[in-house]
Design a protein around this ligand. Sequence first.
Ligand SMILES: O=c1ccn([C@@H]2O[C@H](COP(=O)(O)OP(=O)(O)O[C@H]3O[C@H](CO)[C@@H](O)[C@H](O)[C@H]3O)[C@@H](O)[C@H]2O)c(=O)[nH]1
Ligand SMILES: [Mn+2]
Length: 744
Amino acid sequence: MANEGDLPLYEKIWLKRRFQRVMDTFILLLLLFLLGYRVFSINTFTLPWFLAFLCESWFTFTWIVILNAKWSPAITVTHIDRLLKRVPELPPVDLLVTTADPVLEPPIITLNTVLSLLALDYPANKLACYVSDDGCSPFTFYALVEASKFAKHWVPFCKKYSIQVRAPFRYFSDVASIESEYSLEFKQEWLQMKDMYDNLCQKIEEVTRKSIPFQLDGEFAVFANTEQRNHPCIVKVILENRDGLSNGLPHLIYVSREKRPEYTHNYKAGAMNVLTRVSGLMTNAPFMLNVDCDMVVNNPKIVLHAMCILMDSKRGKEVAFVQCFQQFYDGIKDDPFGNQWVASFEYIIRGMAGLQGPFYGGTNTFHRRNAIYGLYPDEIESGRGKAADKILVQQFGSSKELVKSVAHALEGSTYSLNDISPSSFIEAATQVGNCGYEYGTCWGKQMGWLYGSISEDVPTGLNMQRKGWRSEGCTPDPVAFTGCAPGGLLSTMIQQKRWGSGLTVVFFGKHSPIMGILFGKIQFRAGLSYFWLTNWGLRGFFLVCYVALLAYCMITNTNIFPKGPGLWVPIALLVVYNVHTLLEYLTIGLSVRHWWNNQRMNIMRTTTVWFIGFLSAMLKLSGILDTVFEITEKEPPSSDADGDNADARRFTFDKSPVFVAGTTILFVLLTALFIWFLRLQEAQSGNGCGPGELICIAYLLVCYWPYLKGLFARGKYGIPFSTICKSAVFAFVFVHFCTSIAIG
Ligand SMILES: O=c1ccn([C@@H]2O[C@H](COP(=O)(O)OP(=O)(O)O[C@H]3O[C@H](CO)[C@@H](O)[C@H](O)[C@H]3O)[C@@H](O)[C@H]2O)c(=O)[nH]1
Ligand SMILES: [Mn+2]
């Protein structure tokens, strides 16, 4: 038997999914068959055939990417008991939260996230919570101050009764949390807590509802004369665990970095870098947990689980970050807008976890501070050694205090808890939160959260894996964090557009997975699996081309699919692919409806928002137009939140260009079908468009059904008249173009 001390703190278990591999391979063969067919039927060579060949080559490549990503899935199993036995002194962890807009991200949400963090099952003197507020909002600050008062009761309550869900709005929305079998004492305290929480909500609502805020004096004076994009740096220590009590409350610090109109702020990446520096000064924990303002802790032991991985003496040393999946609460049943990603997590991200590790997803992630600072994994044992202060100043900026703390972190010297309290660093923290601080340094370029893409998370993770680091997934039961999925169709589309655009920029940039494979230490298969992510925009481009090609065939009575027996290949592809994905969904307990919703959404988002994202990335890359990080709207917790709400599942439309793209495609499909139908009366020539094209167009139309319904619906469920007009013009131009090149 192995010595107890030798047992690893975590294990990695590879899953066997043989049937899936067989099906995946079969689909690949069909694709190759189709390509082969095109190559050998070169005598019928026409431009449409050639374009179809290009697109299908791309689809085949995409399939190889997916197959490779899914091929060797793995899960991690963590052993908290071993950790607690072996590591008497748990390391400190800094908790970093970002919020950016008090309207799109109501303070009550941020407050709940923070409360759930403060109540983590981890020694309170080892935790410090930092909240970055890009909105510079006195409301958010007020909410945090009030939350800190409530936390003094809430945290002991949670710990005393081992409550699982420690975000009050989640906890109290669950009626089962108070059932008859509980003791009288508990019930009394429960009622008290509920009362206090209701009061807290009421207070915050009262304040935020007023158009003129409360008196900006005392603590709030700093917010006078500030604008969201024009204000000095504000750092406030809200809670301080002065006596270092392990059963007290963690530090809570509010940071609103300086903003000036003449500076670029780099959105979330900029905010994260400021948080990294401020936390570096104040507590300098070797590990940092980063969550978005709407991701509440769902498993209070999650830090312990993550530490099992990061503190493991063998394999843990190569792990730069531990990624917990994004999962959502109150998600609408059967995922009508395709924004819950359940199947992708199960198959793709678990698959990546079996390679060099999952990508960094922007939230629910534990980072090794020195990996963020640019350390290589082989430097971790020995530390980097003493770097000259001059070099550190060049890289990290001119704050003397920060350079000292960075040197500490890079040397990997044992984490001596700072005896100095956070509040003595306010001045230094304000300095590192200023706009000009990063000028000429490496922040955002070589280390920290990288700038340049509005999907900052992916290149940031790649930048670490490029140096040879691995990452690890962590999926304990219960789920680690739960967040709020975009509420409706529009916010989903905006989010998808941002990813489509940001990821395309990554693909063509310095931090592309290709560069990582060629010049860094990204393993080939790991790099290839990243294409699943970074190619979303490109997939939009190719799919739109293919759809246009199909429509062109229908309109001009030409074809891209073989006739006769060869026709069975594309048809078999369509059928097998759908059956296979359906089985994948059913295997993990998802419904047929869920599958179909995701399937059609995949078609809709690829042909609209990913395509638009691709175009906007092209504009950005050619320096014509910069891209903007549009924040996803978060819905405030409501008592009638209910996953079965029929209205919430319906598609809503507005004047956004996203819907112009979709409606245009719908019109093109309809016109193509209509022209084909008219032609039915005429005698058929042998070489015209055939059943292959027809089946594809019909399939696309079924996917686009919600748009068709939108044409006839009213109010927010209907497509606005102006959108219809614009789309009609675009569709007309396309059809006209088709007919004119066909004749010409
Ligand atoms: O200027 C900004 C913009 C955003 N944020 C914060 O960034 C987070 C993510 O923004 P959100 O609008 O919720 O975007 P999502 O699409 O939901 O986020 C996903 O995608 C982002 C990258 O596109 C990642 O950064 C996120 O972690 C990931 O959850 C939120 O906490 C925001 O407060 C800022 O701090 N400053
Ligand atoms: Mn979000």
